[in-house]
Design a protein around this ligand. Structure first.
Ligand SMILES: CC(C)(COP(=O)(O)OP(=O)(O)OC[C@H]1O[C@@H](n2cnc3c(N)ncnc32)[C@H](O)[C@@H]1OP(=O)(O)O)[C@@H](O)C(=O)NCCC(=O)NCCS
Length: 158
């Protein structure tokens, strides 16, 4: 993506964006496809690699504008207090418009509601500035995905 700053109020979140779990078969298909397009296909990974074994046990978040899916994220419970975000992605043409921020605000609000006090995640190097901008701290450099994508463990108290 080419990063374009937008005129921003730090508290701004787009009121036209609705964040909720996918509901219909079509929405679920679009949900996993967005993951595939953003997080797997550019690295020539096979279809199916966008799904983990524990999807049924996780909480799913999808951002819609006028019925169109623009972003996705997933929260899992690591312990009573700790949640982990995985598979966070905003579609190419919708990046840089506050959608990722809005999704993460909803994820964190929900995590808090169910008793979590911190969120951890493995951030791709390219996404570290995004997570820093929304209050995550960079804990340590971790693994390389597909032999080339450096990841960093990040954490936020909520
Ligand atoms: C990373 C990603 C999820 C961010 O979502 P987004 O909708 O593009 O980000 P937002 O527009 O909500 O940005 C929120 C804040 O992060 C900051 N930010 C986002 N990307 C940034 C970047 N590359 N560099 C600097 N700041 C950035 C913005 O300045 C914004 O701050 P502001 O509210 O003060 O203006 C999205 O770009 C994406 O899906 N990228 C490709 C897939 C990916 O890497 N996923 C993450 C896997 S760990």
């Amino acid at each position: 993506m080419v990063w374009q700053p937008r005129e921003s109020n730090p508290l701004y979140t787009n009121p036209m964006i609705e964040v909720r779990a996918p509901q219909t078969d079509q929405e679920w298909e679009a949900y996993f496809d967005l993951r595939y397009q953003e997080l797997r296909k550019p690295w020539n990974q096979p279809k199916g690699s966008e799904k983990a074994d524990d999807e049924d046990a996780a909480f799913h978040f999808a951002a819609f504008e006028d019925g169109q899916l623009l972003g996705v994220s997933r929260l899992q419970r690591n312990s009573l207090e700790q949640g982990q975000v995985r598979f966070m992605a905003v579609s190419d043409q919708a990046q840089g418009k506050g959608i990722g921020k809005k999704i993460m605000a909803e994820v964190e609000a929900f995590a808090k509601k169910i008793g979590m006090t911190e969120i951890v995640l493995q951030a791709r190097e390219i996404a570290v500035p995004f997570y820093l901008a929304i209050g995550y701290e960079n804990v340590e450099k971790t693994h390389l995905l597909f032999g080339e994508i450096q990841h960093y463990l990040m954490r936020k108290k909520i």
